[in-house]
Write a protein that binds this ligand. Structure first.
Ligand SMILES: N[C@@H](CCC(=O)N[C@@H](CS)C(=O)NCC(=O)O)C(=O)O
Length: 201
């Protein structure tokens, strides 16, 4: 049995989305963010974070690694691309969004939503929004003339990038200067598999 640890109100949502897109049977253990450092969870993920995956004894952490693993093991083309070149591109976009986009969106989340109101710093949120302009423009240029990141089909690259970019909706990031990103994100997040995850605990 596949087990996915982590509440859907966290980065675990992206792995739940991948499991749903792949149509896999799995058990969802909605470990809370606050429980990620508890001894029982540290046995599963010594890094003390959610999500974590247990695929019949193969235990993995890091959301993007989990998703690339699931897609490679259980996915078919086009979701898991057929060629090594497109698989490389899927990894590229996944690492890009994790390293160049997610840290700024997390800053915005903290400063606009997660921190107690008295500890929020709107200036830091605005600096993060400013830092996102370059990456967003780059993605916008890439999407021009393409339906999805790798071309005409929705793939694991779209899922991984859109799952991070979904934080932009929560923090009300102004994306009006990047309409291709806006349209692509709406389309990706409207998929049934993602809507199902959004209704989970
Ligand atoms: N890079 C990791 C980050 C995981 C992460 O920081 N998860 C947060 C929840 S979204 C967490 O576990 N926080 C609890 C803690 O750090 O104690 C991934 O993508 O899986």
């Amino acid at each position: 049995m596949i087990k996915l640890y982590g509440t859907a109100m966290s980065r675990s949502a992206r792995c739940l989305w991948a499991l749903e897109e792949l149509g896999l049977q799995y058990e969802h253990v909605p470990t809370a963010v606050a429980d990620a450092k508890k001894p029982e969870h540290l046995k599963i993920n010594p890094a003390g974070h959610i999500p974590a995956l247990d695929d019949n004894g193969t235990v993995l952490f890091e959301s993007m690694a989990i998703n690339l693993y699931l897609a490679a093991k259980y996915g078919k083309a086009p979701f898991w691309p057929e060629t090594h070149e497109d698989r490389g591109r899927a990894a590229q976009w996944s690492f890009w969004v994790m390293t160049e986009v997610e840290p700024h969106l997390i800053t915005m989340l903290r400063q606009r939503l997660l921190n107690p109101p008295a500890q929020r710093d709107e200036k830091a949120a605005q600096q993060a929004a400013e830092a996102l302009k370059g990456p967003l423009k780059m993605l916008n240029d890439h999407l021009a003339g393409r339906e999805w990141i790798l071309g005409k089909d929705f793939t694991i690259a779209d899922l991984n990038v859109a799952s991070v970019m979904s934080f932009a909706m929560l923090v009300k990031l102004d994306m009006s200067a990047t309409p291709a990103v806006q349209g692509w994100l709406q389309k990706g997040l409207s998929r049934e598999a993602n809507k199902k995850v959004r209704a989970m605990k």
